[in-house]
Design a protein around this ligand. Structure first.
Ligand code: KG4
Ligand code: ZN
Length: 417
């Protein structure tokens, strides 16, 4: 399924400096984007994402071999469409003449998936004799939040086929300098990490998950509750229904409020108080497994599909409250230690409104020396996309940190340093 989030190319105010063709294929989205430059700031000109969600829904998760094959099918049309909204190959080849740099995700991710985008990018760089910028996928997610400006200044890109706004504010560069140091919490299906970013390109990994990523925990818990794939949207919808029904933001710590149970469901917050910035989510999923098994046995049900909807919703809400509590606690600890000027919440899971609200509320209420800027990605840039790879590459190019097609490596376990 080709999910087009192409921006209308607006050459009118382009200064024709940097123009990057960016490619991303680290997991289950094949994506390409074109990033231009205006007044020293990056501008998202197009962003095309071909999603494999429908394919992987059948198996309840990503099958790497299936993902690589789907990338092979999608990569050429996706790149072509990012270069020309007509989707015509000849026009795309012409549009390539205006490209100054290629950017590509070099890892981390599924090796079979990464290789498809990586080889496409290398081939174009070779054929067109262009410099190439290998980008860490996590760095890309962090830069997806640099695409959102908080003030009301005008958007450089306003027309898109699905009306999403991929915005870069004109004052972005000026604002940029005031953003560092940054603490970035990146949460996706494959990653959960806290990063201290002192400047563009200067990273320190201060914490990560010891087992499951947050998105993985959502997906596995959804599977246990008999919900579809991906689990994040399914769990968050159910949890919101429960919170709305009982008018609660957080499931309360005590009191009877559902299904005649004397005590509400409270799930564990693994390693919340261990003093580190690391995370652990596999125990949370196991707690849901034990709980549902017990309920099924007590109520003499055949399986989880017979569990009543409100009980499932309560489990989903309790799960989400536990995740929020852990993310908030660890983030606050990092903010108190590193005193950042801004906090970034990015990655596929960060689209979750409850998690965003929980973090924003806490971060904004912290008594720090100065107000902390709370940044999330622009709409359309939460999940995997290539615009974020191009945005990160833009700043590499500004630092003259570019490579030749034959000197770059792909690395499924690439670390952000
Ligand atoms: O960043 P992403 O698209 O891919 C990876 O790099 O992994 O993140 C995908 C993850 C999936 O685990 C999915 O369940 C989760 O993001 N997700 C959500 C929501 N929407 C997607 N998790 C929680 N709440 C959501 N609304
Ligand atoms: Zn991702």
């Amino acid at each position: 399924m080709l999910k087009s989030v192409a921006a209308q190319v607006n050459f009118f105010f382009m200064t024709h400096n940097i123009k990057i063709l960016a490619i991303e294929s680290s997991c289950d989205e094949t994506a390409a984007a074109v990033i231009g430059e205006k007044d020293d700031c990056p501008v998202v000109l197009s962003s095309i994402i071909s999603s494999q969600i429908d394919l992987h829904a059948k198996t309840g998760g990503v099958v790497p071999e299936v993902a690589s094959r789907a990338h092979m099918e999608a990569i050429t049309p996706v790149v072509v469409e990012s270069l020309t909204s007509s989707g015509d190959v000849q026009s795309a080849i012409k549009a390539l003449d205006g490209i100054t740099h290629i950017a590509v995700t070099a890892g981390p991710g599924l090796i079979g998936s990464l290789l498809v985008g990586f080889n496409a990018a290398k081939t174009i760089a070779y054929a067109k004799n262009l410099p190439i910028v290998p980008i860490n996928h996590i760095e890309g997610h962090i830069y997806s939040a640099f695409s959102r400006e908080i003030s009301n200044s005008k958007f450089l890109i306003s027309k898109q086929r699905d009306d999403r706004k991929l915005s870069i504010n004109e004052n972005w560069k000026l604002k940029n300098e005031k953003l560092f140091p940054v603490i970035a919490l990146t949460v996706s299906g494959g990653h959960t990490s806290l990063t201290l970013m002192k400047d563009h390109g200067v990273y320190e990994n201060i914490g990560e998950t010891l087992d499951d990523a947050v998105g993985e925990a959502y997906d596995k818990t959804a599977k246990l509750l008999g919900l579809g794939y991906p689990g994040g949207p399914a769990i968050s919808k159910l949890a919101a229904q429960f919170r709305n029904k009982f008018s609660i933001f957080n499931p309360p710590a005590g009191g009877q409020f559902s299904n005649n149970r004397e005590k509400p469901i409270v799930l564990p917050r693994p390693i919340i108080n261990d003093g580190t910035f690391n995370f652990s989510f596999s125990g949370l999923k196991t707690a849901v497994l034990i709980l549902t098994k017990k309920m099924i046995a007590e109520q003499k049900l055949a399986d989880v599909s017979e569990l009543d909807e409100m009980t499932k919703a309560e489990i989903a809400a309790a799960f989400e409250a536990a995740v929020a509590d852990v993310l908030v606690t660890k983030s606050v600890r990092a903010i108190e230690k590193y005193q950042p000027k801004s906090f970034i919440f990015a990655g596929g899971v960060s689209v979750n409104q409850y998690l965003q609200d929980s973090l924003k509320f806490k971060v904004k209420s912290l008594k720090q020396k100065q107000d902390i800027e709370f940044l999330t990605p622009a709409a359309g840039l939460y999940g995997d996309n290539a615009a974020m790879i191009g945005l990160a590459a833009f700043y590499h190019i500004k630092r003259n940190d570019v490579s030749d097609w034959n000197s770059i490596q792909v690395d499924a376990n690439l670390e952000l340093v």
